[in-house]
Design a protein around this ligand. Sequence first.
Ligand SMILES: NC(=O)c1ccc[n+]([C@@H]2O[C@H](COP(=O)([O-])OP(=O)(O)OC[C@H]3O[C@@H](n4cnc5c(N)ncnc54)[C@H](OP(=O)(O)O)[C@@H]3O)[C@@H](O)[C@H]2O)c1
Length: 404
Amino acid sequence: MSQPTASPVAKAPSSPSTQSPVKGRLKKQQAQGFSLSSFLIALSAVVCLAGVTILPSITKVSSPGLPSIFGTISTIFDGYKSDLVGTQSGETQKTGSSPSSAVVTLPAYNPSYEIPTAVFVGGTSGIGLAMAESFAQQTNGSSRIIIVGRNRIAAEGLFARIPSPSTDAPKHEFIECDATLMKNVHVASAHILKTVPKINFLVLTPGVMTMNPRDETEEGIDRKLALHYYARWAFIHGLLPALRKAGEAGEDAKVLSVLGAGRGSDIELDNLGLKADFKVIKAAMQTATYTDLMMEEFSQRNPGISFLHSSPGLVRTNLIRSSDYWMLQMTYPALELMFWPFAISSGQCAEYMWGAIHRSTSGRAWRIGSKGEDIGMLNYRGNEEERKLVWEHTVAEVKPSTIL
Ligand SMILES: NC(=O)c1ccc[n+]([C@@H]2O[C@H](COP(=O)([O-])OP(=O)(O)OC[C@H]3O[C@@H](n4cnc5c(N)ncnc54)[C@H](OP(=O)(O)O)[C@@H]3O)[C@@H](O)[C@H]2O)c1
């Protein structure tokens, strides 16, 4: 299994130790800047609160209510806070700098085998797009990138700006797929298997920020659960033959699902798929635990492949902006402004995630924090019996033609 030439390094900006007149002025300006940004943040909070409390009563439009919206956003935010103060494994380092100012530089990635192939499901925006772009840069164009999603223009825009593969190398490809339907995932996976002999990296980031109540597809699966969990299971399962071939050839064979490692809740065995009782916060937390269990089961069945489940923390992406929920659409500028100081860019997140992927080895399931650190069994929920039951439930929902 090839390894990167060096591991990523987080650099902390230096802090001034003496006070000159110029520095004094600067400090004053910074303090003024700080009070302006505090004012803007406070203003945003007021706008958001007004939006989510007053508007529903004026317009009489049904609302999931304040607790749901802030509960879901704070599920992400709480996780991020815990990343800042360190993890159980003790691998997170406090730099004293704001997380958005840390710099990570990935070294060039030159594996010993020819042209690595990476598949990005959800690679048309946000973390997935940034991970695809980062991979193209690490390999300086000596890689094949397959983007799966709905937005062809975004994928083609990416292909136009990344280094091109050499003339004889296979070209990058976009595969259109609405991943809320498992039948579409099966078709897309079969197409990929016909196109590429091996897959070295599979990165799964399709997702939505929604406040809707249960919203079933024609296949009887809730749309959010479909994107965050079932489609990811179906892509991993469908692409196993190509991942196994890569592993058997001694090449990288690695799978990452970006969701909510360490943010899960106890499995509700009498409510699998949230068919009996659906709540948005529950959907976020149950799928995080399902993902832990799925990665463990895939890992046991496929010891030659690395499986990672990560929690990216708070990342500046299109997630809130592209929400189908009208209240989030109206308040997203204020929300984005409010969370800006606590969030990192998608590019920085991508580098942390690639650091974790390159460090991972096969034979176990990894749980990864927002800086790419191994969080071990932090906030782990689940046991063997639950893993077996969730696996059987998923097979029944996804309906693969064979079990690989
Ligand atoms: N950003 C954060 O702070 C944060 C925090 C914790 C967890 N996460 C999780 O990280 C993952 C990535 O989020 P992000 O922030 O990168 O969001 P994003 O920028 O909105 O990207 C989401 C991706 O999902 C794709 N997608 C949405 N609906 C789809 C569908 N029906 N079929 C196929 N693809 C679909 C989008 O493609 P289209 O271009 O087709 O819409 C897009 O590529 C999500 O699961 C999110 O829950 C994010």
